[in-house]
Write a protein that binds this ligand. Sequence first.
Ligand code: OSB
Ligand code: MG
Length: 378
Amino acid sequence: MKPLHPLEQEPLPPIDRMDFITVRLPFVHAFGTSVQTWTNKEALLLRVASGSEVAWGECVADPDPYYAYETTQTARHIIKDFLLPVVEQSRTLGDLLVAFRHVRGHGMAKATVENALIVLMAQRHGVALHTLLGYPARKIMSGISIGLRETPDELLDAVHAAVQKRYHRVKMKIKKGKDVEWVARVRDRFADVRLMVDANGGYTLDDTDHLKKLDAFDLMMIEQPLSYSDIVQHATLQKQMRTPLCLDESILTVDDARAAIDLGACRILNIKQGRVGGLLESIRMAALAAERGIEVWSGGMDETGIGRALNIHLQTAPSFTLPGDTSETSNYFHEDIADPPVVLDENGFIAIPTGPGLGITLDPHRLERYTIAREHIR
Ligand code: OSB
Ligand code: MG
């Protein structure tokens, strides 16, 4: 049996009303990866009202199945038809999570519900989310994920801007044809930047000799070089490379993480709370990794201010020892639906928003402006 988090004994708060709200926010820059280029962020939001409190959960699924099999529409279906009925029958958060295990997969849908309820619990207690989770406030390290660019010069400009801002590490997306030479250009100009690459599964073991060239650039890690569903071949590749591999897409559960660690498929894990099914599963996965000498960081899904704040609170957990994909709001959006925006201090750190729950408020006008669909659930 997995160890319980003390929060699992807590009774679930009473819920008066739930709604889905879908928002679509244009990105400042198209976000290019080896699998898809996204020009805007479309997010399914779950709004939960309890007495005078309103809490929000952001589903990290995209409208398409190009990063993960879940989409905003599959999440809507799973939440409405399978997860919310269970909420009504569960007394504690622990009961709820046990019942959720009956639904196979769909971690992004589960995370949306679990996260909204935990944030609601924090608000009802009048405490910050990280406090409810049991972690003292600490400044969070920053990291930026730079999408594919048209030319190496454009990439160098983006890295330069990130270095000026004092990001603690820079991640660049790579794909076949935009890899070794592009990394060489960046390393040549920025000898000291903590640099990593993310391939989003764009290579196969046939590319091993090519990938091994990346060992020359003192990269912190190579994220998900091989297939989104593979663990074993990553172990084969890791044995032949000096640079640590980091898994993202392949790790959907704590069991996946254990398998990857046992097989030596990676030395680092990207924990995206949505992908792995919520805050508590993320905390369990981070603790398992720490026990096994594997470092973890919090991934991102280009979230709005809701999901971004949640990721910041999660990173107060002690096992999150590496800078994650948490960058400034202005890196993604001209304007966001939540206040305050995420900003870096002069040393590149991010402060935890203060106040109950996530410590953010939604601006009703901006929320209205970017809403493309609404559904009253009950
Ligand atoms: O692979 O980590 C990824 C964004 C969308 C889908 C997949 C990924 C990403 C990012 C951006 O790299 C992370 C962020 O800045 O939120
Ligand atoms: Mg990734």
